[in-house]
Design a protein around this ligand. Sequence first.
Ligand code: NAD
Length: 495
Amino acid sequence: MKQASEWKALAGELRLHGQAYIDGGFRPALSGDTFRSINPATEQWLVDVASCGQEDVDAAVASGLRAFRAGTWSKISPAERKRVLLRLADLLEQHHDEFALLDSLDVGKPIAEMVTVDIPESLDCWRWTAEAIDKLYGEIAPTAAHTLGLISHQPVGVVGAITPWNYPLLMATWKLAPALAAGNSVVIKPSEKASLSMLRLAELATEAGLPDGVLNVVPGLGEVAGKALALHHDVRVLTFTGSSRVAGMLLQYAGQSNLKRVLIEAGGKSPMLVFDDCSDLAAAARVAAASIFSNQGEMCIACSRLYLQNGIKQAFLDQLLQVAADYRVGDPLDPETKMGAVIDATQLATIERYVQSAIDQGGSVLTGGLPEYVQGQGFFVKPTIIDDARSDMVFVQEEIFGPVLAVAGFATEAEAVELANDTIYGLGASVWTSDLSRAHRVSGAIESGMVWVNGWGGGDSLMPFGGVKASGNGRDKSLHSLEKYTDVKAVWISL
Ligand code: NAD
Protein backbone atom coordinates (compact mmCIF):
# COMPACT_ATOMS: atom_id res chain seq x y z
CA MET A 1 0.00 0.00 0.00
CA LYS A 2 1.12 3.59 -0.63
CA GLN A 3 2.77 5.59 2.16
CA ALA A 4 1.08 8.56 3.85
CA SER A 5 3.28 11.00 1.90
CA GLU A 6 2.17 9.47 -1.41
CA TRP A 7 -1.51 9.64 -0.46
CA LYS A 8 -1.06 13.27 0.59
CA ALA A 9 0.60 14.14 -2.72
CA LEU A 10 -2.27 12.50 -4.62
CA ALA A 11 -4.83 14.29 -2.43
CA GLY A 12 -3.26 17.61 -3.42
CA GLU A 13 -3.91 16.83 -7.10
CA LEU A 14 -7.56 15.75 -6.67
CA ARG A 15 -10.21 17.54 -8.73
CA LEU A 16 -13.30 17.81 -6.52
CA HIS A 17 -16.76 18.05 -8.06
CA GLY A 18 -19.40 19.88 -6.06
CA GLN A 19 -22.17 20.41 -8.61
CA ALA A 20 -25.27 18.32 -9.08
CA TYR A 21 -25.21 15.75 -11.88
CA ILE A 22 -28.43 15.86 -13.90
CA ASP A 23 -29.19 14.64 -17.42
CA GLY A 24 -25.62 13.61 -18.11
CA GLY A 25 -23.81 16.74 -16.92
CA PHE A 26 -22.78 18.86 -13.95
CA ARG A 27 -24.84 21.89 -13.05
CA PRO A 28 -25.21 24.18 -10.02
CA ALA A 29 -28.37 24.12 -7.91
CA LEU A 30 -30.98 26.34 -9.60
CA SER A 31 -31.04 28.54 -6.50
CA GLY A 32 -27.23 28.86 -6.58
CA ASP A 33 -27.14 27.64 -2.96
CA THR A 34 -24.19 25.60 -1.72
CA PHE A 35 -22.96 24.02 1.51
CA ARG A 36 -19.39 23.48 2.65
CA SER A 37 -17.74 20.08 2.60
CA ILE A 38 -15.17 19.78 5.40
CA ASN A 39 -12.48 17.17 6.07
CA PRO A 40 -13.35 15.85 9.57
CA ALA A 41 -9.72 14.89 10.27
CA THR A 42 -8.42 18.45 9.77
CA GLU A 43 -11.59 20.56 9.88
CA GLN A 44 -10.39 22.15 6.64
CA TRP A 45 -12.63 23.13 3.75
CA LEU A 46 -12.65 20.75 0.77
CA VAL A 47 -15.18 22.18 -1.69
CA ASP A 48 -18.57 23.89 -1.86
CA VAL A 49 -21.34 21.49 -2.84
CA ALA A 50 -24.61 22.37 -4.62
CA SER A 51 -27.49 22.42 -2.17
CA CYS A 52 -30.32 21.14 -4.36
CA GLY A 53 -33.92 22.17 -3.78
CA GLN A 54 -37.31 20.97 -4.94
CA GLU A 55 -36.77 22.39 -8.45
CA ASP A 56 -33.49 20.47 -8.92
CA VAL A 57 -35.10 17.26 -7.69
CA ASP A 58 -38.00 17.85 -10.11
CA ALA A 59 -35.52 18.30 -12.97
CA ALA A 60 -33.62 15.15 -12.00
CA VAL A 61 -36.75 13.00 -11.69
CA ALA A 62 -38.09 14.37 -15.00
CA SER A 63 -34.79 13.48 -16.64
CA GLY A 64 -34.93 9.98 -15.16
CA LEU A 65 -38.51 9.48 -16.32
CA ARG A 66 -37.72 10.74 -19.82
CA ALA A 67 -34.83 8.32 -20.11
CA PHE A 68 -36.97 5.48 -18.74
CA ARG A 69 -39.77 6.11 -21.22
CA ALA A 70 -37.35 6.53 -24.13
CA GLY A 71 -36.16 2.99 -23.37
CA THR A 72 -32.49 3.76 -24.01
CA TRP A 73 -31.69 1.81 -20.84
CA SER A 74 -34.93 0.25 -19.63
CA LYS A 75 -35.65 -1.60 -22.87
CA ILE A 76 -32.21 -2.67 -24.03
CA SER A 77 -31.25 -6.27 -23.36
CA PRO A 78 -29.98 -7.19 -19.89
CA ALA A 79 -26.76 -8.37 -21.58
CA GLU A 80 -26.19 -4.84 -22.95
CA ARG A 81 -26.84 -3.33 -19.52
CA LYS A 82 -24.40 -5.81 -18.07
CA ARG A 83 -21.67 -4.64 -20.46
CA VAL A 84 -22.12 -0.99 -19.46
CA LEU A 85 -22.09 -1.76 -15.73
CA LEU A 86 -18.98 -3.93 -16.10
CA ARG A 87 -17.30 -1.03 -17.93
CA LEU A 88 -18.27 1.23 -15.03
CA ALA A 89 -16.68 -1.23 -12.59
CA ASP A 90 -13.51 -1.24 -14.71
CA LEU A 91 -13.41 2.57 -14.68
CA LEU A 92 -13.93 2.60 -10.92
CA GLU A 93 -11.02 0.21 -10.56
CA GLN A 94 -8.85 2.38 -12.81
CA HIS A 95 -9.68 5.34 -10.55
CA HIS A 96 -9.16 3.29 -7.39
CA ASP A 97 -6.84 5.74 -5.62
CA GLU A 98 -9.02 8.72 -6.46
CA PHE A 99 -12.12 7.09 -4.93
CA ALA A 100 -10.17 5.88 -1.91
CA LEU A 101 -9.12 9.48 -1.29
CA LEU A 102 -12.51 11.03 -1.99
CA ASP A 103 -14.31 9.11 0.76
CA SER A 104 -11.38 9.18 3.17
CA LEU A 105 -11.09 12.98 2.92
CA ASP A 106 -14.84 13.50 2.94
CA VAL A 107 -15.67 11.41 6.04
CA GLY A 108 -12.36 10.89 7.88
CA LYS A 109 -12.15 7.12 7.47
CA PRO A 110 -8.78 5.35 7.25
CA ILE A 111 -7.42 5.06 3.73
CA ALA A 112 -6.48 1.46 4.60
CA GLU A 113 -10.18 0.65 5.00
CA MET A 114 -11.01 2.23 1.66
CA VAL A 115 -8.37 0.06 0.01
CA THR A 116 -9.24 -3.19 1.79
CA VAL A 117 -13.01 -2.87 2.28
CA ASP A 118 -14.96 -0.10 0.55
CA ILE A 119 -13.42 -0.22 -2.92
CA PRO A 120 -13.08 -4.02 -3.33
CA GLU A 121 -16.59 -4.60 -1.97
CA SER A 122 -18.01 -1.92 -4.28
CA LEU A 123 -16.28 -3.48 -7.28
CA ASP A 124 -17.55 -6.91 -6.26
CA CYS A 125 -21.11 -5.63 -5.98
CA TRP A 126 -21.08 -3.89 -9.39
CA ARG A 127 -19.59 -6.93 -11.11
CA TRP A 128 -21.64 -9.60 -9.35
CA THR A 129 -24.90 -7.75 -9.96
CA ALA A 130 -24.08 -6.96 -13.58
CA GLU A 131 -23.20 -10.62 -14.21
CA ALA A 132 -26.45 -11.78 -12.58
CA ILE A 133 -28.84 -9.66 -14.59
CA ASP A 134 -28.83 -11.66 -17.84
CA LYS A 135 -29.19 -14.99 -16.04
CA LEU A 136 -32.62 -14.44 -14.49
CA TYR A 137 -35.68 -15.92 -16.15
CA GLY A 138 -39.40 -15.26 -15.82
CA GLU A 139 -42.01 -17.98 -15.25
CA ILE A 140 -44.81 -19.64 -17.16
CA ALA A 141 -47.73 -20.47 -14.91
CA PRO A 142 -49.32 -23.96 -15.08
CA THR A 143 -52.55 -22.65 -16.60
CA ALA A 144 -55.10 -24.61 -18.67
CA ALA A 145 -54.11 -25.38 -22.28
CA HIS A 146 -56.17 -22.53 -23.77
CA THR A 147 -54.31 -19.80 -21.85
CA LEU A 148 -50.71 -18.80 -21.45
CA GLY A 149 -49.77 -17.18 -18.15
CA LEU A 150 -46.52 -15.21 -18.25
CA ILE A 151 -44.92 -13.87 -15.07
CA SER A 152 -42.06 -11.44 -15.48
CA HIS A 153 -40.09 -8.90 -13.45
CA GLN A 154 -40.38 -5.39 -14.85
CA PRO A 155 -38.29 -2.32 -13.91
CA VAL A 156 -40.40 0.09 -11.86
CA GLY A 157 -39.39 3.42 -13.47
CA VAL A 158 -37.60 6.07 -11.41
CA VAL A 159 -35.98 4.87 -8.19
CA GLY A 160 -35.10 7.48 -5.57
CA ALA A 161 -32.11 6.64 -3.38
CA ILE A 162 -31.15 8.38 -0.14
CA THR A 163 -27.85 7.31 1.39
CA PRO A 164 -25.78 7.89 4.55
CA TRP A 165 -22.23 9.13 5.03
CA ASN A 166 -20.50 6.23 6.76
CA TYR A 167 -19.63 4.21 3.61
CA PRO A 168 -20.52 6.75 0.90
CA LEU A 169 -19.45 4.77 -2.16
CA LEU A 170 -20.30 1.31 -0.86
CA MET A 171 -23.78 2.01 0.54
CA ALA A 172 -24.74 3.81 -2.67
CA THR A 173 -23.34 0.97 -4.78
CA TRP A 174 -25.55 -1.54 -2.95
CA LYS A 175 -28.56 0.50 -4.18
CA LEU A 176 -27.37 1.66 -7.59
CA ALA A 177 -26.05 -1.64 -8.93
CA PRO A 178 -29.31 -3.63 -8.60
CA ALA A 179 -31.60 -0.68 -9.41
CA LEU A 180 -29.70 0.12 -12.61
CA ALA A 181 -29.11 -3.50 -13.59
CA ALA A 182 -32.86 -4.09 -13.40
CA GLY A 183 -33.40 -1.30 -15.98
CA ASN A 184 -34.53 1.58 -13.79
CA SER A 185 -33.48 5.21 -13.79
CA VAL A 186 -32.12 6.43 -10.45
CA VAL A 187 -32.03 9.80 -8.71
CA ILE A 188 -29.71 9.61 -5.73
CA LYS A 189 -29.38 12.08 -2.88
CA PRO A 190 -26.17 11.34 -1.02
CA SER A 191 -25.69 12.49 2.55
CA GLU A 192 -24.86 16.19 2.81
CA LYS A 193 -21.84 15.03 4.82
CA ALA A 194 -20.46 12.92 1.97
CA SER A 195 -21.44 13.79 -1.62
CA LEU A 196 -18.11 13.77 -3.43
CA SER A 197 -17.64 10.15 -4.53
CA MET A 198 -21.19 9.93 -5.86
CA LEU A 199 -20.76 12.99 -8.06
CA ARG A 200 -17.59 11.57 -9.56
CA LEU A 201 -19.17 8.14 -10.00
CA ALA A 202 -22.02 9.64 -12.03
CA GLU A 203 -19.49 11.20 -14.38
CA LEU A 204 -17.75 7.83 -14.81
CA ALA A 205 -21.12 6.15 -15.46
CA THR A 206 -21.65 8.46 -18.43
CA GLU A 207 -18.14 7.62 -19.65
CA ALA A 208 -19.01 3.91 -19.32
CA GLY A 209 -21.99 4.40 -21.65
CA LEU A 210 -24.93 4.90 -19.28
CA PRO A 211 -27.44 7.03 -21.24
CA ASP A 212 -28.05 10.58 -20.00
CA GLY A 213 -30.72 10.87 -17.33
CA VAL A 214 -30.47 7.26 -16.15
CA LEU A 215 -28.35 8.25 -13.14
CA ASN A 216 -28.80 11.69 -11.57
CA VAL A 217 -27.19 12.94 -8.35
CA VAL A 218 -28.85 15.71 -6.32
CA PRO A 219 -26.65 16.61 -3.35
CA GLY A 220 -28.48 18.56 -0.68
CA LEU A 221 -29.94 18.67 2.78
CA GLY A 222 -32.10 15.81 3.97
CA GLU A 223 -35.07 17.92 4.95
CA VAL A 224 -34.99 19.75 1.58
CA ALA A 225 -33.66 17.61 -1.30
CA GLY A 226 -34.27 14.29 0.49
CA LYS A 227 -37.79 15.23 1.44
CA ALA A 228 -38.59 16.46 -2.09
CA LEU A 229 -37.40 13.14 -3.51
CA ALA A 230 -39.36 11.13 -0.96
CA LEU A 231 -42.56 13.09 -1.65
CA HIS A 232 -42.18 12.98 -5.43
CA HIS A 233 -45.10 11.43 -7.28
CA ASP A 234 -42.95 10.08 -10.12
CA VAL A 235 -40.60 8.17 -7.81
CA ARG A 236 -41.91 4.59 -7.64
CA VAL A 237 -39.45 3.03 -5.23
CA LEU A 238 -37.52 4.88 -2.53
CA THR A 239 -34.47 3.04 -1.30
CA PHE A 240 -32.92 4.33 1.90
CA THR A 241 -29.99 3.64 4.17
CA GLY A 242 -29.78 5.75 7.29
CA SER A 243 -31.26 6.17 10.74
CA SER A 244 -34.51 4.58 11.90
CA ARG A 245 -35.76 8.09 12.79
CA VAL A 246 -35.51 9.33 9.20
CA ALA A 247 -36.84 5.99 7.88
CA GLY A 248 -40.05 6.66 9.81
CA MET A 249 -40.38 10.07 8.14
CA LEU A 250 -39.92 8.51 4.70
CA LEU A 251 -42.77 6.08 5.34
CA GLN A 252 -44.96 9.08 6.15
CA TYR A 253 -43.88 10.90 2.98
CA ALA A 254 -44.75 7.80 0.94
CA GLY A 255 -48.20 7.77 2.54
CA GLN A 256 -48.67 11.47 1.85
CA SER A 257 -47.70 11.15 -1.82
CA ASN A 258 -48.05 8.10 -4.09
CA LEU A 259 -47.64 5.06 -1.78
CA LYS A 260 -44.20 4.43 -3.24
CA ARG A 261 -42.44 1.33 -1.97
CA VAL A 262 -39.92 2.30 0.74
CA LEU A 263 -36.93 0.00 1.20
CA ILE A 264 -35.28 0.63 4.54
CA GLU A 265 -31.79 -0.24 5.75
CA ALA A 266 -31.65 1.47 9.12
CA GLY A 267 -29.75 1.48 12.38
CA GLY A 268 -28.58 -1.31 14.64
CA LYS A 269 -27.43 -2.26 18.10
CA SER A 270 -26.06 -5.66 17.26
CA PRO A 271 -25.03 -8.12 19.97
CA MET A 272 -22.00 -10.41 20.08
CA LEU A 273 -22.44 -13.49 22.29
CA VAL A 274 -19.37 -15.43 23.36
CA PHE A 275 -20.08 -18.80 25.01
CA ASP A 276 -17.60 -20.58 27.24
CA ASP A 277 -17.25 -23.35 24.63
CA CYS A 278 -15.79 -20.85 22.12
CA SER A 279 -12.71 -22.64 20.79
CA ASP A 280 -10.64 -19.55 19.91
CA LEU A 281 -11.02 -16.67 22.35
CA ALA A 282 -8.14 -14.78 20.75
CA ALA A 283 -9.86 -14.79 17.35
CA ALA A 284 -13.15 -13.80 18.95
CA ALA A 285 -11.46 -10.89 20.75
CA ARG A 286 -9.86 -9.66 17.50
CA VAL A 287 -13.23 -9.80 15.73
CA ALA A 288 -15.03 -8.17 18.67
CA ALA A 289 -12.61 -5.22 18.42
CA ALA A 290 -12.91 -4.99 14.62
CA SER A 291 -16.69 -5.12 14.85
CA ILE A 292 -16.89 -1.99 17.01
CA PHE A 293 -13.73 0.00 16.26
CA SER A 294 -13.49 -0.33 12.46
CA ASN A 295 -14.64 2.81 10.69
CA GLN A 296 -14.58 4.52 14.13
CA GLY A 297 -17.61 2.46 15.10
CA GLU A 298 -19.66 4.31 12.48
CA MET A 299 -21.14 1.06 11.16
CA CYS A 300 -24.72 -0.11 11.12
CA ILE A 301 -23.60 -3.69 11.86
CA ALA A 302 -21.21 -2.72 14.65
CA CYS A 303 -21.47 -5.25 17.48
CA SER A 304 -21.87 -2.56 20.09
CA ARG A 305 -23.12 -4.94 22.81
CA LEU A 306 -20.77 -7.71 23.93
CA TYR A 307 -22.19 -10.49 26.11
CA LEU A 308 -19.65 -12.88 27.64
CA GLN A 309 -20.44 -16.10 29.46
CA ASN A 310 -19.32 -15.60 33.04
CA GLY A 311 -16.67 -18.37 33.04
CA ILE A 312 -14.61 -16.77 30.25
CA LYS A 313 -15.49 -13.13 30.83
CA GLN A 314 -12.27 -11.94 32.46
CA ALA A 315 -9.95 -13.96 30.17
CA PHE A 316 -11.79 -12.56 27.15
CA LEU A 317 -11.63 -8.97 28.38
CA ASP A 318 -7.89 -9.26 29.02
CA GLN A 319 -7.37 -10.23 25.37
CA LEU A 320 -9.80 -7.62 24.08
CA LEU A 321 -8.06 -4.83 25.98
CA GLN A 322 -4.74 -5.85 24.45
CA VAL A 323 -6.21 -5.74 20.95
CA ALA A 324 -7.87 -2.37 21.64
CA ALA A 325 -4.55 -0.92 22.80
CA ASP A 326 -3.17 -1.60 19.30
CA TYR A 327 -5.91 0.42 17.57
CA ARG A 328 -3.96 3.39 16.31
CA VAL A 329 -6.13 6.52 16.12
CA GLY A 330 -5.02 9.39 13.89
CA ASP A 331 -4.36 10.66 10.38
CA PRO A 332 -6.67 8.72 8.01
CA LEU A 333 -4.14 9.04 5.17
CA ASP A 334 -1.51 7.11 7.15
CA PRO A 335 -1.94 3.45 6.12
CA GLU A 336 -1.03 2.35 9.66
CA THR A 337 -4.04 4.21 11.10
CA LYS A 338 -6.85 1.92 12.24
CA MET A 339 -9.32 4.59 13.40
CA GLY A 340 -9.67 7.98 11.72
CA ALA A 341 -11.92 10.89 12.64
CA VAL A 342 -15.64 10.68 13.36
CA ILE A 343 -17.79 12.59 10.91
CA ASP A 344 -18.27 15.96 12.63
CA ALA A 345 -18.53 17.97 15.84
CA THR A 346 -22.15 16.92 16.34
CA GLN A 347 -21.22 13.24 16.22
CA LEU A 348 -18.32 13.85 18.63
CA ALA A 349 -20.70 15.54 21.07
CA THR A 350 -23.20 12.67 20.71
CA ILE A 351 -20.52 10.10 21.54
CA GLU A 352 -19.39 12.18 24.52
CA ARG A 353 -22.98 12.36 25.78
CA TYR A 354 -23.43 8.58 25.59
CA VAL A 355 -20.12 7.86 27.36
CA GLN A 356 -21.07 10.32 30.12
CA SER A 357 -24.49 8.71 30.47
CA ALA A 358 -22.87 5.26 30.73
CA ILE A 359 -20.63 6.53 33.54
CA ASP A 360 -23.56 8.25 35.27
CA GLN A 361 -25.63 5.06 35.11
CA GLY A 362 -22.92 2.90 36.71
CA GLY A 363 -20.80 1.65 33.79
CA SER A 364 -17.10 0.92 34.40
CA VAL A 365 -14.79 2.39 31.75
CA LEU A 366 -12.08 -0.20 31.01
CA THR A 367 -10.36 1.83 28.30
CA GLY A 368 -10.97 5.05 26.35
CA GLY A 369 -13.65 7.28 27.80
CA LEU A 370 -14.69 10.85 27.14
CA PRO A 371 -13.19 12.29 23.91
CA GLU A 372 -10.46 14.94 24.26
CA TYR A 373 -11.17 17.48 21.52
CA VAL A 374 -8.64 20.05 20.36
CA GLN A 375 -10.25 22.77 18.27
CA GLY A 376 -9.19 22.80 14.63
CA GLN A 377 -7.46 19.42 14.81
CA GLY A 378 -10.24 17.05 13.87
CA PHE A 379 -12.83 14.91 15.61
CA PHE A 380 -11.14 11.92 17.21
CA VAL A 381 -12.37 9.36 19.76
CA LYS A 382 -10.37 6.56 21.40
CA PRO A 383 -11.59 2.95 21.41
CA THR A 384 -13.85 2.80 24.45
CA ILE A 385 -14.94 -0.31 26.38
CA ILE A 386 -17.46 -0.02 29.20
CA ASP A 387 -18.22 -2.98 31.49
CA ASP A 388 -21.19 -3.57 33.82
CA ALA A 389 -23.68 -2.67 31.12
CA ARG A 390 -27.36 -3.28 31.89
CA SER A 391 -30.30 -3.31 29.48
CA ASP A 392 -31.89 -0.32 31.22
CA MET A 393 -28.91 1.93 30.41
CA VAL A 394 -29.31 4.47 27.60
CA PHE A 395 -25.95 3.61 25.98
CA VAL A 396 -27.00 -0.05 25.81
CA GLN A 397 -30.34 0.69 24.14
CA GLU A 398 -29.56 3.48 21.68
CA GLU A 399 -27.36 3.40 18.60
CA ILE A 400 -24.28 5.54 19.34
CA PHE A 401 -22.50 5.20 15.99
CA GLY A 402 -19.09 5.53 17.58
CA PRO A 403 -16.32 3.27 18.98
CA VAL A 404 -18.08 2.57 22.27
CA LEU A 405 -18.60 -1.02 23.39
CA ALA A 406 -21.02 -2.09 26.15
CA VAL A 407 -19.99 -5.29 27.98
CA ALA A 408 -21.96 -7.58 30.30
CA GLY A 409 -21.78 -11.16 31.53
CA PHE A 410 -24.41 -13.89 31.27
CA ALA A 411 -24.92 -17.30 32.88
CA THR A 412 -27.11 -19.37 30.54
CA GLU A 413 -27.94 -19.64 26.84
CA ALA A 414 -31.52 -18.53 27.51
CA GLU A 415 -30.26 -15.42 29.30
CA ALA A 416 -27.87 -14.63 26.43
CA VAL A 417 -30.68 -14.82 23.87
CA GLU A 418 -32.92 -12.67 26.03
CA LEU A 419 -30.22 -10.00 26.37
CA ALA A 420 -29.48 -10.13 22.63
CA ASN A 421 -33.14 -9.55 21.74
CA ASP A 422 -33.72 -6.81 24.30
CA THR A 423 -33.53 -4.00 21.73
CA ILE A 424 -35.77 -2.30 19.19
CA TYR A 425 -33.19 -3.15 16.50
CA GLY A 426 -32.59 -6.37 14.59
CA LEU A 427 -29.80 -5.93 12.08
CA GLY A 428 -26.98 -8.40 12.83
CA ALA A 429 -25.58 -10.64 15.56
CA SER A 430 -22.38 -12.57 16.11
CA VAL A 431 -22.35 -15.85 18.04
CA TRP A 432 -19.20 -17.66 19.19
CA THR A 433 -19.51 -21.33 20.12
CA SER A 434 -18.03 -24.67 19.06
CA ASP A 435 -21.35 -26.47 19.62
CA LEU A 436 -23.16 -26.82 16.29
CA SER A 437 -26.54 -27.44 17.89
CA ARG A 438 -26.18 -24.31 20.00
CA ALA A 439 -25.10 -22.34 16.91
CA HIS A 440 -28.33 -23.38 15.14
CA ARG A 441 -30.53 -22.81 18.17
CA VAL A 442 -29.16 -19.40 19.03
CA SER A 443 -28.93 -18.08 15.47
CA GLY A 444 -32.57 -19.13 14.98
CA ALA A 445 -33.69 -17.48 18.22
CA ILE A 446 -31.99 -14.13 17.66
CA GLU A 447 -34.32 -11.55 16.10
CA SER A 448 -32.12 -10.14 13.35
CA GLY A 449 -31.73 -10.15 9.58
CA MET A 450 -28.19 -11.54 9.74
CA VAL A 451 -26.26 -13.81 12.12
CA TRP A 452 -22.58 -14.65 11.88
CA VAL A 453 -21.44 -17.76 13.76
CA ASN A 454 -17.77 -17.65 14.77
CA GLY A 455 -17.28 -14.56 12.64
CA TRP A 456 -18.69 -11.15 11.76
CA GLY A 457 -19.07 -9.00 8.65
CA GLY A 458 -18.82 -11.04 5.49
CA GLY A 459 -18.15 -8.81 2.51
CA ASP A 460 -19.15 -10.59 -0.68
CA SER A 461 -22.28 -10.07 -2.74
CA LEU A 462 -23.72 -13.56 -2.41
CA MET A 463 -25.72 -13.05 0.77
CA PRO A 464 -28.52 -10.55 1.46
CA PHE A 465 -27.77 -7.69 3.83
CA GLY A 466 -30.55 -6.16 5.90
CA GLY A 467 -32.49 -6.22 9.13
CA VAL A 468 -35.78 -6.71 10.92
CA LYS A 469 -37.62 -4.67 13.59
CA ALA A 470 -36.46 -1.01 13.63
CA SER A 471 -33.47 -1.96 11.46
CA GLY A 472 -35.71 -2.01 8.41
CA ASN A 473 -37.22 -4.15 5.69
CA GLY A 474 -34.77 -3.86 2.80
CA ARG A 475 -32.24 -6.34 1.52
CA ASP A 476 -29.13 -5.08 -0.22
CA LYS A 477 -26.85 -7.44 -2.18
CA SER A 478 -27.63 -10.92 -3.58
CA LEU A 479 -30.49 -11.73 -5.98
CA HIS A 480 -32.93 -10.56 -3.30
CA SER A 481 -31.80 -6.98 -3.90
CA LEU A 482 -32.78 -7.23 -7.57
CA GLU A 483 -36.31 -8.33 -6.63
CA LYS A 484 -36.81 -5.12 -4.69
CA TYR A 485 -36.32 -2.92 -7.75
CA THR A 486 -38.79 -4.71 -9.99
CA ASP A 487 -42.53 -5.25 -10.13
CA VAL A 488 -43.97 -8.66 -10.82
CA LYS A 489 -46.17 -8.53 -13.92
CA ALA A 490 -48.74 -11.18 -14.84
CA VAL A 491 -49.84 -11.41 -18.48
CA TRP A 492 -52.71 -13.72 -19.51
CA ILE A 493 -52.86 -14.69 -23.16
CA SER A 494 -55.97 -16.51 -24.36
CA LEU A 495 -54.87 -18.89 -27.07
P1 NAD B 1 -29.57 9.89 8.62
O1 NAD B 1 -30.82 9.12 8.77
O2 NAD B 1 -29.36 11.08 9.44
O3 NAD B 1 -29.40 10.38 7.11
C1 NAD B 1 -29.47 9.46 6.05
C2 NAD B 1 -29.90 10.19 4.79
O4 NAD B 1 -31.22 10.67 4.98
C3 NAD B 1 -29.03 11.40 4.45
O5 NAD B 1 -28.83 11.46 3.07
C4 NAD B 1 -29.89 12.55 4.93
O6 NAD B 1 -29.64 13.76 4.24
C5 NAD B 1 -31.28 12.03 4.61
N1 NAD B 1 -32.36 12.70 5.35
C6 NAD B 1 -32.32 13.26 6.58
N2 NAD B 1 -33.52 13.80 6.89
C7 NAD B 1 -34.34 13.58 5.84
C8 NAD B 1 -35.70 13.89 5.54
N3 NAD B 1 -36.46 14.57 6.40
N4 NAD B 1 -36.21 13.49 4.36
C9 NAD B 1 -35.46 12.78 3.48
N5 NAD B 1 -34.16 12.48 3.68
C10 NAD B 1 -33.60 12.87 4.86
O7 NAD B 1 -28.38 8.82 8.80
P2 NAD B 1 -26.82 9.07 8.73
O8 NAD B 1 -26.42 9.82 9.96
O9 NAD B 1 -26.45 9.63 7.39
O10 NAD B 1 -26.27 7.57 8.75
C11 NAD B 1 -26.14 6.85 9.93
C12 NAD B 1 -27.30 5.89 10.07
O11 NAD B 1 -27.34 5.02 8.95
C13 NAD B 1 -27.13 4.97 11.27
O12 NAD B 1 -28.35 4.86 11.95
C14 NAD B 1 -26.72 3.65 10.65
O13 NAD B 1 -27.01 2.52 11.42
C15 NAD B 1 -27.49 3.67 9.38
N6 NAD B 1 -26.92 2.73 8.41
C16 NAD B 1 -27.60 1.58 8.14
C17 NAD B 1 -27.07 0.64 7.25
C18 NAD B 1 -27.81 -0.63 6.91
O14 NAD B 1 -27.50 -1.25 5.90
N7 NAD B 1 -28.77 -1.06 7.70
C19 NAD B 1 -25.85 0.90 6.63
C20 NAD B 1 -25.19 2.10 6.93
C21 NAD B 1 -25.74 3.02 7.82
